[in-house]
Design a protein around this ligand. Structure first.
Ligand code: ATP
Ligand code: MG
Length: 416
């Protein structure tokens, strides 16, 4: 017997109401802030991610699904959305529109992660990008949209965690300070982290192996190494958050696991902490578009994991509304009624949206059981007697009441 590949999941019909609720709600939140939907391909050239996400990141080092296609192209299943959206922004000249361009996406991502609760190899993200404006009010808007999405979903107890890691020009001084701080602790580090100490010490701050070590908490803080512009921008953003009464927590070790981030970085955590706790994460990436060959263009965005949002909805006992329409069922007795049942089934479907004709041969009892398993709101029954009379029997599934109605008035009977 075949099984779904490790780290992937089937989304069965009974789970779909969570998915349509989350997809519908977050898309509405994005549109409320003026964001328009974009879809990019599921795979891209490998170089796009290797160059932007960063050679020293977990994603590029060990998580990408990369392969050579039959034409010899190096291809990678999309592990994250920002690089692809920026590639598309440049390819289609979206910078000719009024800036910032506001985009959102809802799509599967692929990472060779270690599967566990809330961590999959194929997972789904709701993401947004605001490209082309570096003003702190845009950072504010992105944070507001992240928090409002949670609110609209009815998720309580979500904490916004914030940091600023400054501009590219501020980085060398900070990286040097980190290297100095961490070097005496190299003996406590694994092979990967020792290499990062050399190549990219910033990455040590989000090393899962080092989390909790005492020398992590005492590490130099990026906010102490901000240049003037980055500091003004950071202070302005915090000022807006305070003025609007939006709660947040500062975390000086938050740097995010991708290399392209600058200035504001943030995550949203549920109150129950755990290894898989971030439901949403993002930040500013003012150098990314230029790195992809465009003119210097600031950008900021986030991505929220749909599986983690749903996990939290379930933990908090939030029941999404069941919007699936209850169908009508067309049941019948005997061969003679069959052709008329199929015809009437089509009429009912056209009139009421959803109608299912039960397949023969089954007892009437079995047909009614089938109808109730489908969640039918009503069942039409056609037998010899009804055929004689030009009628059909309608059974209301909620009340179990039955009455005979003329065939021509069947759709109206179900509407009442
Ligand atoms: P983590 O530290 O949990 O690995 P990350 O920093 O790799 O997260 P991001 O790249 O910031 O994650 O992705 C944004 C969001 O996407 C995360 O906050 C999370 O909700 C979700 N996410 C990331 N990886 C996975 C995964 N393997 N399975 C399910 N959701 C994921
Ligand atoms: Mg990860």
């Amino acid at each position: 017997m075949h099984q779904a590949p490790r780290g992937t999941a089937d989304i069965l019909p009974e789970q779909q109401r969570y998915w349509s609720f989350v997809y519908g709600t977050v898309a509405e939140a994005a549109r409320a802030f003026g964001y328009a939907r974009i879809d990019t391909p599921i795979f891209e050239d490998t170089a796009l991610f290797a160059r932007t996400v960063g050679e020293e990141t977990d994603i590029v080092q060990k998580e990408m699904y990369s392969f050579e296609d039959r034409g010899g192209q190096e291809i990678t299943l999309r592990p994250e959305g920002t690089a692809a959206v920026c590639r598309s922004y440049l390819e289609h000249g979206l910078h000719n529109q009024p800036l910032p361009v506001r985009l959102y996406y809802l799509c599967p991502m692929f990472r060779y992660d270690r599967p566990q609760a809330g961590r999959f190899r194929q997972f789904h993200q709701f993401g947004i990008e605001a490209i082309g404006d570096s003003d702190a009010t845009v950072d504010l808007e992105v944070l507001q949209l992240a928090m409002e999405s949670m609110e609209r979903l009815g998720l309580g107890g979500m904490t916004l965690v914030l940091n600023s890691i400054g501009d590219a020009a501020d980085r060398p001084r900070y990286v040097e300070a980190l290297r100095e701080h961490f070097t005496p602790h190299a003996a406590h580090m694994g092979k990967d982290d020792r290499r990062r100490l050399d190549t990219n010490p910033l990455r040590l701050l989000d090393s899962k192996e080092l989390a909790g070590e005492s020398f992590m908490a005492s590490a130099p803080r990026s906010v102490d190494y901000l240049g003037d512009e980055a500091r003004d921008h950071w202070q302005e953003l915090l000022g807006y958050l305070d003025a609007l009464g939006i709660p947040y927590r500062l975390d000086h070790t938050l740097v995010r696991g991708l290399d392209y981030y600058t200035r504001t970085v943030f995550e949203v955590h549920p109150s129950r902490e755990g290894a898989q706790s971030a439901v949403c994460a993002g930040g500013r990436y003012d150098g990314l578009i230029e790195q992809l060959g465009g003119r210097p263009t600031p950008g900021i965005g986030f991505a929220a994991g749909i599986e983690r949002l749903i996990m939290n909805l379930r933990e908090q006992g939030t029941e999404p509304p069941d919007t699936a329409s209850a169908p009508l069922v067309m049941a019948y007795r005997g061969e003679r009624a069959k052709a008329e049942a199929v015809r009437l089934g089509a009429t009912l479907r056209a009139a009421s949206g959803a109608a299912v004709v039960v397949a023969p041969p089954r007892s009437l009892k079995a047909q009614l059981r089938y109808a109730s398993a489908l969640g039918a709101r009503g069942v039409f029954i056609l037998g010899d007697a009804e055929l004689e009379n030009g009628t059909v029997t309608y059974r209301d599934m909620a009340t179990s009441e039955q009455r005979e109605v003329p065939v021509a008035q069947a759709a109206e009977a179900a509407a009442r």
